[in-house]
Design a protein around this ligand. Sequence first.
Ligand code: ZN
Ligand code: ZN
Length: 97
Amino acid sequence: MTWDVKIKKWHAVAAWTWDAGDDVCGICRMPFDGCPPDGKYPGDDSPVVWGVCGHAFHLQCITKWLSSQTEQRCPFCRRTWEYKSAGPVQMDAEEAS
Ligand SMILES: [Zn+2]
Ligand SMILES: [Zn+2]
């Protein structure tokens, strides 16, 4: 009987995490400094990419998402997906040059 309550609570936490979205991938819901489901290692092997809409995902997650869609749209806001940058580190380097 307590299971029902536990599951509802878990869903509430998951929904909140989804909305916060800043440091969690919107597709796999893993932290950006963590590993996407298909990734072997966090960090350089699991880069984070931004769309022009301002949403960010693991490169592997958005690539997989886009390849499964007929239209290239952000899974979050459904705007046309365009890569904004490969990540904050590279973006800084480009601005400096
Ligand atoms: Zn992801
Ligand atoms: Zn978006």
